[in-house]
Each structure stands twice: as C-alpha cells, then as structure tokens.
Design a protein around this ligand. Structure first.
Ligand code: ATP
Ligand code: LTN
Length: 334
C-alpha cells in the first residue's frame, strides 16, 4: 500500500514496434486502472538485452515507448513511468531471487522455449533467468496487481511461487501479486494466422497492426485478414479469424461478443472487416497524434524521466534494504 492505495506494476519491452495486441492486451488496461491504484509502469530495458540489440536503436525505442505510455493516456504526475535501467534495485533483487528459484521451474517456461528456438545462436543465461528479473520487477514495488496479456500468466504464477517461498522462510516480506487480465483483448491473434498470437517480432507485415500504422494501412491489413468460408459472423473457436476480429472490435468499442454478433447479423465479411478497421483507426489516431506532439517536447519528457526514476528508486530501495537484511547481509554503517 502506498498512501492508502494498492500498488500496480507492469512493464513492456522496448523491442520492435508495438502492436495492437500490446495496446489492447496491456496498455489500454493500464490507463483504465491508473486511477484506482498507485501505479509503476516501466520500460523494461534490462529485459530487452536478452536478445541482441543495436544500442542506438534500443535507446531510441525505449524513449519512444516511454513517450507512448504518456500518449496512450497515462499521466506521468500520477503514474510512475520510468526506465528499468535507472533503478538498480531491479538487478540487485533479481540476483537474490535467482537463489530462491529452481532450474526446473525456469525449464518449464514456454516463452523461454519459444525465444530460444527463435534465437538459437544466442541462448544466453539472461534469457533463461528472465522470469526471475520479471519477478523482481514486481516484488520490488510490493505490487498487488499486475495487468498483462495472457501470454505472461506463467511468469506471474512463478512470481507468486517465489514470493510465497521467500515469505515462508523469512516471514511477510513480499506482497503476493495477482494478475489482471482485461475482459476483451487479452490475446489478440495474428491477422494472417489466427492460431498464433499477434507479435511485434512477426516477419509478415500483414500479420500485425502496428500502433503507428496510418489509417490506410490499418484498413488494408484488415481487408486482407485471414478468415474462413463459413459466411457467419459468429463468436466460436471453430472460426478463429472471425473470433479474433470480434475480440478486436469488442476491445475497441467496449462491447461484449454477444452485442457485436447481434450488430453484424446478416452482414458480409467485407463490411465487418471494414467496421473493425475503422474502430481500430479511431482508437489509435488520438494516441498517434499525442505521440507526435509529445515527441517534440524534449524538456517535458526529460523531466518525467528524471523525476520518476527518483520516485521509483525510493520505493525500490525500501524493499531491497528489507530483503538484504532478511537474507543476512550486513547493515550499512552511515
Ligand atoms: P514479442 O512478440 O516480440 O515477444 P510481445 O509483443 O509479446 O513481444 P511484450 O513486450 O513481451 O511484447 O509484451 C508487452 C505486453 O503486451 C505484455 O503484457 C503482453 O502480455 C502483452 N501482449 C503482447 N502481445 C499480445 C497480444 N497479441 N494480445 C494481447 N496482449 C499482448
Ligand atoms: N515479460 C514481459 C514484460 C515485463 C513485465 C514485467 C510485465 C517485464 N517485467 C513485470 C509485467 C510485470 C513481457 O515480455 N511482456
């Protein structure tokens, strides 16, 4: 608890261009939750180097991502928006938690299996222990709730296990966090293969809607979206392409699948795809405009970066000192 409010932590990697999946699955919920909780939203650049990055490009993407958090509607006065690499507590707690995590647990992580298959030439130890760093991110702020897409649930479960294990040895040190999965948009699928998640690292440009895509591109990608020959706008697993488009439509318009199905009764796929595309354009356009405006305001973004790193550092140090004491490190002499 901070000032009587429950704590929320979440983060995104500054790798690749953000997709509609990142927006509907995560960022949009962050904005909704930001009034209710004391929020920490990090650009998790320590995570990004688990796969090889171009340094200048990473720096640029990280700044763009931080700007995008604000453009999407997170007020930096109310929410702590900062770079993970500016708060050394993440790495320090991560080391400690490594010693309370089992190889067997990490071996089961599906994201590790997927990413090591994708980057077979660079299966580094960081990629393997990445879920421990994620646990450290969350536990460092004693977060009660962590809004993520469904693909991150396994990491959240591990975080809870680590916290409970630590607490059972040393007493109540960590808050055990709960995941928050939004009702709509928790798993947006590829427009070209609706059985695969929409991902920023997909090589097919038509598979993902990028947050910065212009309206024509968005509409064109939706027109080309893979569907089926059932000629029925129904919300069911047997029609994964249509189901995904309905999910996107619902997330953009805050509707339930039943409402959306009723709305499109008797309509053809062409009209439906156009309506989905237009909804996405109207959701993304204000974010894009605000991003363009904020990107020009260097002094403002710099001040956010500085102030919020200090604030995050304060809370991180509080937890870290407590943990260091519990495990038996000597007290600092001042
Ligand atoms: P990559 O595909 O390159 O591994 P990513 O698109 O999964 O990256 P992350 O930075 O790992 O991006 O994810 C940021 C947030 O967006 C996480 O909370 C994640 O759960 C969410 N997210 C990512 N893809 C989707 C998706 N297709 N649908 C819903 N949420 C998603
Ligand atoms: N692992 C996440 C990003 C991430 C995160 C976190 C999300 C890193 N640390 C803490 C929530 C809480 C990902 O790849 N999407």
């Amino acid at each position: 608890m901070i000032d009587g409010k429950k704590v929320l932590f979440s983060g995104m990697q500054a790798t690749g261009n953000l997709t509609l999946g990142n927006y509907l699955g995560a960022l949009k919920n962050w904005v909704t939750l930001s009034d209710e909780y004391e929020c920490f939203y990090s650009v998790v650049d320590l995570h990004s180097i688990t796969v090889r990055q171009d340094p200048a490009e990473l720096r640029k993407r990280a700044r763009n991502l931080l700007t995008l958090y604000i453009a999407a509607g997170l007020d930096p006065k109310k929410n702590c928006i900062y770079y993970q690499s500016h708060v050394s507590g993440h790495a320090e707690l991560s080391w400690i938690l490594n010693c309370y995590t089992y190889m067997g647990e990490l071996n089961r992580m599906t994201q590790f299996k997927d990413k090591s298959a994708k980057h077979a030439d660079n299966i580094n130890a960081g990629l393997f222990t990445y879920p421990v760093l994620m646990a450290a991110d969350i536990l460092l702020f004693q977060a009660d709730v962590v809004p993520v897409g469904k693909d991150q649930l396994q990491h959240l479960e591990l975080t809870r296990d680590i916290a409970q294990r630590f607490n059972s040895i040393y007493g109540d040190v960590f808050t055990v966090p709960e995941p928050y999965i939004g009702k709509a948009g928790a798993k947006i699928m590829s427009l070209q293969d609706p059985l695969k998640k929409m991902s920023k690292s997909d090589e097919n440009p038509n598979a993902s809607i990028l947050l910065m895509d212009d309206p024509d591109t968005i509409i064109r990608k939706f027109k080309r979206a893979v569907t089926d020959s059932e000629a029925c706008i129904c919300y069911r697993d047997e029609q994964p392409g249509i189901k995904n488009l309905l999910d996107i439509y619902c997330a953009c318009n805050n509707k339930t699948p039943e409402e959306a199905v009723r709305e499109f009764e008797g309509k053809g796929y062409g009209d439906f795809k156009l309506a989905v595309g237009e909804s996405v354009v109207s959701v993304l356009k204000p974010v894009q405009d605000e991003f363009a405006r904020l990107s020009k305001d260097k002094a403002f973004i710099d001040s956010v970066i500085k102030e919020n790193a200090d604030k995050a550092g304060y809370y991180a140090t509080k937890t870290l000192r407590k943990v260091q004491k519990k495990v038996g490190f000597p007290e600092r002499i001042r």
